[in-house]
Structures are given as structure tokens and as C-alpha cells.
Design a binder for this molecule. Structure first.
Ligand code: GLU
Length: 285
């Protein structure tokens, strides 16, 4: 097994808040964004706002407006213009072509159902990762020496990154310390582009974090497994990665993750009930 850790980007501090406009912001988001804001301000750095709106089915512009209004009401300010992922598709496509040129991706004609049926569950009993994608079976990969079909625009098939099997991917999280997962065992070949011609979250977020000079990614611990995949993309692109600070998932007194309680704990519902920004920022119920 090869062990590998990754160089990190060490220029001036730049963080980001990256909500997906698929619903109203809730106290779970607020806890993460509060940490992101505090870390950026205490490093006298910058904090960007990114609109992760690539999911055409679930994203709505009313939620983008609501995110802006709620963050402003909370006093969670950001620097510069909002970055909108749906306006950057050409840039993501360029990077897809780079990965294609290096022979690091392959087209996948298997359905999600095929993969679910053939895959073993990732070797991981961690509940925070339980909605993670299944391990892509090695038997589904085309042989490494098979000629790669060209990339077309629009893309009409799924493309996956071929992960280096057995590579131990390690990073030192600034919140939880050392984390390691093994490619091909804990997670498999993952999507970089979808057959509906949209980039995957993993690809888009890495391209943005590189292009906007993000030095530290602050986000919820539910995304730790994505971090391993993203580290493989930085490696594939020969770019340094940012540092990572994954905030622990916040639960209410009944043990339910706040992120799962969109209903009663949206920022706007609490505001309508008369709560003040500080009450929401310091929410502990
Ligand atoms: N947009 C993602 C989410 O709302 C977060 C992406 C990230 O921070 O990398 O879960």
C-alpha cells in the first residue's frame, strides 16, 4: 500500500461558504458558516460566497435570494461577487478535458442500479457517511490499455475518475486531526461528469477551490469522504490542495442532526418567530 499526503496551498487565507440553493438555510448551515467566518476574520483573510447550483432539478433561484438575505441578516458577510457554479461550466469542461488527456477518466455506461447491485458497501460503519455512493466494482472498469473514446459536447455518458487502487490518502484535518482512507477499498471510481452534461460536485468544487485560491475549506463533517476524492483530483491535476476544517455535525437534544430538520429550524422560520441573529448564530437546542 502506498501512503500519500498532499501539499497544501499556503498563500494568504481565503475561505468560502458554499451553500446549495436546494432549500432555505437552517441552523446546521449557520453553525458551519459561523466557523468559516470566524476563521477567515481571525486570519485577516477573505471569505467568498459560492452558489453551488449545479443540481438543475433541485436548485431554485428563490433559494439563492433567500441565502443572500439570511446571511446578510445574520451578519455573515462575504468578500467580492458571488461565484455561481452554473456560469462556470466551460471552465469545468476544460478541466475534464485535461483529465481525459491524461487518461485518468473513463466513460461508464452502468446505471446506478447496476453499481448498487454489484457493489459491496464501502468499508465504513460511520453513520455520517451512510448516504455515500457505493464502491464502484473494479470489474466494471474498461481495461487500462483500452483506447479512450473522445469527449463530446454535450456529454451524454457518465465519466469517472479511475482511482489509484490501494493508495492511502491522508490529510490532517484542522478540526479532527489525521484522517486516512484507502482508494479502491473505502471508496471507488467516482463521477466527474454526468450524462446530463453536468459536472459532478467533486470536480466543480475542486476547480473552484483552485481557481479562487481557497486556502482552507470549512464545511460539515458529512463531506469528509468527499475530501478524499477531491484530494485525488488535486493530485491528478498536480495542484496543491487547500487545508480542511470539517465541523462536527450538530445535533439537537434528541440526537437528530440539525441539518435534517429543515422544517422547523430554517433561518427564516426562526426569524419569523422573533429570534434575533445572535440567537440563531448561537443555537444550541
Ligand atoms: N454545496 C455543498 C453543500 O451544501 C457544500 C460544498 C462544499 O463545502 O464543498 O453541502
Amino acid at each position: 500500500m502506498i501512503s500519500s499526503s498532499f501539499p497544501t496551498n499556503n498563500q494568504g487565507y481565503c475561505g468560502r461558504m458554499a451553500p446549495s440553493p436546494t432549500g432555505y438555510l437552517h441552523v446546521g448551515h449557520v453553525q458551519t458558516f459561523k466557523v468559516a467566518s470566524q476563521r477567515a476574520r481571525s486570519a485577516q483573510g477573505r471569505l467568498l460566497l459560492r452558489n453551488d447550483d449545479l443540481d438543475r432539478v433541485r436548485c431554485r433561484s428563490i433559494y439563492v435570494d433567500a441565502i443572500v438575505e439570511d446571511l446578510t441578516w445574520l451578519g455573515l458577510n462575504w468578500d467580492g461577487p458571488i461565484i455561481t457554479q452554473s456560469s462556470r461550466i466551460d471552465r469545468y469542461r476544460q478541466i475534464l478535458a485535461v483529465l481525459h488527456g491524461k487518461g485518468l477518466i473513463f466513460p461508464c455506461h452502468r446505471s446506478r442500479r447496476d453499481v448498487m447491485e454489484a457493489a459491496s458497501a464501502p468499508h465504513d460503519g460511520d453513520e455520517s457517511q451512510s448516504n455515500d455512493e457505493p464502491l464502484y466494482p473494479v470489474a466494471f472498469r474498461p481495461p487500462i490499455e483500452a483506447p479512450l473514446p473522445p469527449l463530446h459536447t454535450p456529454v451524454t455518458e457518465n465519466w469517472r475518475l479511475r482511482v489509484p487502487e490501494g493508495l492511502a490518502v491522508t490529510f490532517n484535518d484542522r478540526c479532527s486531526g489525521m484522517n486516512t482512507k484507502v482508494a479502491g477499498i473505502d471508496f471507488g471510481d467516482f463521477l466527474v461528469w454526468r450524462k446530463d452534461d453536468t459536472p459532478s460536485y467533486q470536480l466543480a468544487t475542486v476547480v473552484d477551490d483552485i481557481d479562487f485560491g481557497i486556502s482552507e475549506v470549512v464545511r460539515g463533517a458529512d463531506l469528509i469522504k468527499s475530501t478524499f476524492r477531491q484530494l485525488l483530483l488535486y493530485r491528478a491535476l498536480q495542484m496543491p490542495s487547500p487545508a480542511f476544517f470539517h465541523c462536527p455535525l450538530v445535533r439537537d437534544s434528541r440526537g437528530i442532526r440539525l441539518a435534517k430538520r429543515h422544517d422547523s429550524l430554517s433561518v427564516r422560520a426562526l426569524r419569523a418567530e422573533g429570534f434575533k441573529p445572535d440567537d440563531v448564530l448561537n443555537w444550541t437546542r
